[in-house]
Design a protein around this ligand. Structure first.
Ligand code: HEC
Ligand code: HEC
Length: 304
């Protein structure tokens, strides 16, 4: 009862000096990199086909147990979008999940980016500032999210806000293939978030401690919000995972959504065309170092 009234909690905001004065470089290289990352991490949730901009949309693919969820307008409009946020406020919010202006915590369905490198996060912010037509100011607004009891409960117990990193996060040297793959899979694209046992037991700060890490089995929702789509076991287990895939089959699956053995992979496994071949091959090399899990997941066609 107490939680139902208390709702999604608020937290004290401590903005470090260097964030108060943060000004990210809005040069063409950072904007292009930010657009690439945003196309993988932000666009799917914030894009509205109606306005053809990132004005937010009704998320039918978030399980109903979480409530009626609307993503918000993140165009450059000063009042309806994020035009008035400072670079430091965006940095703080995207790392921690806490709105720096109010201390209000964004519920679990908006991913946080605790392990993205500083330079990549600066790129995302540079893109949000750039003259991308999809981000041009737009006053369109959706009704506020109606988080239900489960979200309120989880926001109070399981999912808390994340701390700011205590030291700079630097991208690994691209010559270290496994380290690069780990960064792209765990830090950038958050593959483990879908490919582990349960969305409710993710460990954002230490992903490898997530139960069922890369063993799949979470049942995601199709875009219709009704049909369940279980995620695949992508550990190298030969019987229930991807231990028999060639590197090329893996690249085709991840970049182009081709199902190994024929056909297409189902939503929400969207093609990651924004990743380079080098990055996807590095993920493959990294997955070879992840402990195998024998977990035979009923796949989409079998499950429905
Ligand atoms: C899984 C869906 C999802 C993804 C992916 C996602 N968001 Fe969100 N985002 C949401 C939802 C839902 C809300 C609103 C939550 C609420 O009502 O409190 C939100 C809120 C926000 C807000 C706060 C807006 C405001 O006015 O308070 C910002 C800023 C934002 N998102 C930026 C981003 C960026 C940048 C990315 C990519 C790095 C991203 N989001 C990825 C779902 C998503
Ligand atoms: C939003 C959730 C989501 C994210 C993020 C995601 N996946 Fe998937 N993935 C799925 C689902 C669901 C399936 C199963 C689709 C099907 O059965 O048609 C899948 C299937 C796969 C497959 C096919 C396995 C097989 O044996 O058929 C591979 C490989 C894969 N994902 C790798 C990745 C990698 C690498 C990343 C990160 C770059 C990633 N996925 C990110 C949900 C996701």
């Amino acid at each position: 009862m107490y939680i139902q009234i208390k709702g999604v909690p608020k937290y004290p905001v401590v903005m470090p000096e260097q964030l108060k004065t943060l000004k990210v470089p809005v040069d063409s290289a950072h904007v292009a990199e930010g657009r690439r990352i945003g196309s993988m991490l932000c666009r799917a949730c914030h894009y509205s086909p109606e306005t053809q901009k990132l004005t937010g949309s009704h998320r039918t693919d978030i399980p109903k147990e979480f409530g009626e969820i609307y993503s918000l307008n993140i165009t450059q409009d000063q009042t309806h979008g994020i035009g008035s946020w400072t670079d430091g406020e965006l940095y703080y919010f995207l790392r921690t999940g806490i709105r720096p202006q109010t201390g209000q915590y964004v519920p679990p369905f908006m991913p946080k980016l605790p392990r993205l490198s500083d330079d990549d996060l600066h790129s995302v912010i540079a893109w949000l500032r750039s003259p991308d037509p999809e981000l041009a100011p737009d006053t369109h607004e959706y009704p506020p999210t109606q988080a239900n009891f489960l979200v309120k409960l989880l926001s109070n117990i399981a999912f808390g806000p994340l701390p700011l990193p205590d030291q700079p996060i630097i991208e690994p040297d691209t010559s270290d293939t496994v380290a690069l793959g780990k960064y792209v899979a765990d830090g950038l694209a958050a593959c483990y978030a879908c490919h582990s046992a349960d969305l409710k037991t993710l460990n954002d700060l230490e992903p490898e401690k997530t139960p069922g890490f890369y063993g799949g089995g979470t049942v995601m929702l199709d875009i219709d919000g009704k049909t369940g789509v279980p995620t695949a076991n992508i550990t190298m287990d030969k019987e229930s995972g991807i231990g028999n895939l060639t590197e090329q089959q893996f690249v085709d699956a991840v970049k182009y959504g081709k199902k190994p053995g024929g056909g297409g992979l189902h939503y929400p496994m969207i093609p990651h065309t924004a990743l380079t071949d080098t990055e996807v091959k590095a993920i493959f090399a990294y997955l070879k170092t992840v402990p195998v899990i024998n977990n035979r997941v009923p796949r989409y066609q079998e499950a429905n």
